[in-house]
Design a protein around this ligand. Sequence first.
Ligand code: SF4
Length: 552
Amino acid sequence: MNSAVLLDATVVTGCRRRVHLEHDPSVADAPRATLDTSTQRRIAEAAAHRRSVADRLAELHRGAWAEISPDLPAEQRRAATLALLSKGVPFVWGGLLPEDPSGGRRGGTELLVRHWGGYLPVLVVRHKVTDLGSGARTSPLTNPLPSAARANPKRKTRPQGRDQMRLAHAVRMLQAAGLAARGRATGGVIGLDADVVVWYDLDAPTWSGGHSAMVEYDTRFADRLAIARAAATGADSLAQPSRVTECRSCPWWLTCGPALRAARDISMVLRGEDTAALRAAGVHTVDALAALNPVVDYPPAPMTGMSFRDAVWLARAWQQDLTLVRRNRRVAVQRADVEVDVDMENFDEAGAYLWGCLLSGADIGMPGGYHAFATWEPVPTLDEARSFAAFWSWLSEVRRRAAERGLSVAAYCYNEQAENRWMLSSAERFAGFPGIPTVAAVQEFISSGSWVDLYQVISTEFLCARGKGLKTVAPAAGFSWHDPEASGENSMRWYADAVGLGGGKPDLAQRTRLLTYNADDVHATHALRLWMSSDRVHEVPYACDLLPCHHG
Ligand code: SF4
C-alpha cells in the first residue's frame, strides 16, 4: 500500500493538511474550488516565460538540445526522458524523471544538464532570483553549467527556499535513478530576468539552524510522506486543518473553511506561530481565547505575532462578528493642510503603469481632485520613465507650493511597501531620464514625516477580525467601489486587455475601468481618513468594552 504514494516537490513547501486531503480516499469526491482567475493567469504567464527561455536555450545549444513534449502521457514522457539521459544528451528540456516508489517521489524539472557523469536540475521560474549586490554564483546561458559559474560582481542571490526545495527533490530523484552528477548536491535556477543561471550548493549549511537545503528537504519530505501514507491507509490523520495564507487560493477551502468555522478554531483569528503556541498550551478555540482576561491572566504561551491583550480582544470581536474594533479610546490620524492620496498599479514584476493621486485641502493654485499618470504602452516599456517622471514632478510641485505658502503637506498610501519599492526601483531603473529623481531624493521623501502609510495607522488604531485590506476596511467608513468586481487580481486581467497583451487590440473600455478603479482606491483612503477624524469613528466598539460571549 505504501508504494502507491508518490509525492511531487510541491508538498514540501505547501500545507500539510492538503497532503492529507489529497491522499484520503474518503474525501476523493468532496467538492473543490476551481482555480481563481489570478492563479490561472499566473500559471499561463509562467508557462509563456518557460517557453521563451526554452526557445532561447534551444537556439544557443542546437545539436546538444532535446525536448520532451508536455502533451505526451506521463509514462511516455518518463520513457523518453530516460532514453535521452541514457544517451548522454547534454541538455534535456521538459523531462519527467523515473518514479521512485521506495522513496515515494515523482516529478521532473524544466531542464536537466549533463555534468560530471550524470545530470543536474535547473529550474526556470518567473520570479526574481537575484538582487543588486555581488557574490551570486552564476553562469551565462551560453554555458549553463556550474563549471562555468563565477562570483557575479553585480548580483547577490535572493535565496528562494521554495526553489531550493524543488531542486533538492529533483536531486534525490536523480540519485534514486542512478543519474545524478558526482559531487555536492547542486542545482540551478533561471529567474525572471532570464539572463544567467544562479547556482545553489544544496549541501551548504545555509538554512537556519546551520543545516543544508538537502537536510531541510529530507526532514520535510519524510513528514509529508508519513502524512500521505497515513491518509492513504486510513490511519489517524497526522495533519489537522489550520487557516494559513495558502487557504485563500486552496481548492480544499470548501472543506477546511466550514470545518474550522464550526470548530471555532483558534486559527480563525490568529496566525502561524501564535496559533501553534496557544494550541500547545491547550487553547484550541476562539472561545477559549476570548474567555481569558488580558488584565489578570498570564499569556498561556509567549506570543510573537501580536500581544496577548490584542489576541483576546480579536477573539471577542470575532465572536460578535465585528469587522473592526478600536484599540484606543481616541483614534488619531495625521492630517495636513494639503493632502495627497497616492495609489500605484503595477503589472506583476513587469512595471508600474499607473500612479494615481487625489489632491485635496488648501488651495495651492493647482487643480484638486484625481490625477492619473499612466503609460498605456505594455510594460516593460521606457514610456514608464515618462509617466513616473510626470508623477514625481507633479508631487514635487505640490510639496514645493505648499512649503512656499507655509502649509503642511502629507501624502498617504495604503501599505507603503509596494509604492516604496516601485518608486525606488523606478529611480534606479530610469536614472538619467528627464525628470527622474535620484534614489536619494526618493529615500528622502519616503523617510520624511509627510509620507503616511494608512495601513500602519489602521493597524495601530484597530483590530481587524476579517483582515486589514482596504476593500475590507474602507466600507466601515461608508465607502464603496463603483465596480463590484474591483480587486487587485481582476485589475491584472483588465490591464492585459487594456494594453492588448498577447497581440490583441487594446481595449479602451478596460483602461477607463482601471482608471475608475484606481480613482476609487485613492478616494477610499481619503474617505477612511475623514472618517477616522470624525465622531463617526466612535460608533466602532472599543475593544476594552467587549466581554466574552459564552458560546454553545
Ligand atoms: S484550505 Fe487551508 S488548511 Fe485546508 S488544505 Fe488548503 S491550505 Fe490547508
